[in-house]
Design a binder for this molecule. Structure first.
Ligand code: NI
Length: 196
């Protein structure tokens, strides 16, 4: 190594150690957690059910919860899922009271509290329909990583493309997994009872 390259090598080595040091520090303070940990699902929200009661993330505590996101103008997927949820709640018998079952609107413009009340009268009475302001809905949609998009129709009306998962949350309000409703209601009810 001659006299001109030696200082450069020293500077390069110093620079490299600085970068390594910064990376280690970043890792130690948890900077990589967001990259390696699975994305959390849930979080804070404040909505109103069909009888005008406020429901927040704290309402999830102490009971397992199943949540379905949709909208009352949905032609097929939503009514089918709500019918299946109703069948499972019926199959749970008195234990249905130990579970939260929520239908959360992704269409706050049309799904007023009154519209939700009217719509839910066709399903199991323990199903709660939650709606809110567009901002409140945007917050819960984002927290639960729901896909929901307005799709204009030819007649000037619109429909919504949306996630059709059933979210299963445990008694601590933590997301467990997507819950499978495509089976015998008694079978689904038996699985839910394990989370009570
Ligand atoms: Ni739908």
């Amino acid at each position: 190594m001659d006299k001109t390259t030696r200082p450069l090598a020293v500077i390069a080595a110093f620079g490299a150690s600085l970068v390594v040091g910064l990376l280690v520090t970043f890792w130690l303070v948890g900077g990589f957690k967001t990259v390696t940990a699975p994305a959390s699902i849930g979080g804070a929200f404040q909505l109103t059910d069909q009888s005008g009661q406020t429901v927040t993330e704290k309402s999830l505590l102490g009971k397992p919860t199943i949540i379905f996101f949709g909208f009352t103008h949905c032609p097929d997927v939503c009514p089918t899922s709500l019918f299946e949820m109703s069948e499972v709640l019926r199959a749970m018998g008195p234990d249905a009271a130990k579970l939260n079952a929520y239908f959360i609107s992704v269409d706050p413009e049309r799904d007023t509290v009154a519209a939700m009340k009217d719509y839910l009268s066709s399903f199991d009475p323990s199903l709660k329909g939650l709606t809110g302001t567009p901002e409140q809905i945007a917050q819960v949609v984002s927290g639960y990583r729901v896909y929901a998009k307005k799709v204009p129709l030819k007649d000037g009306d619109y429909t919504m493309d949306h996630t059709a998962l059933i979210y299963l949350m445990d008694r601590n309000g933590k997301f467990v997994k997507p819950f499978d409703l495509k089976r015998k209601p008694e079978e689904a009810a038996a699985e839910l009872k394990r989370y009570l």
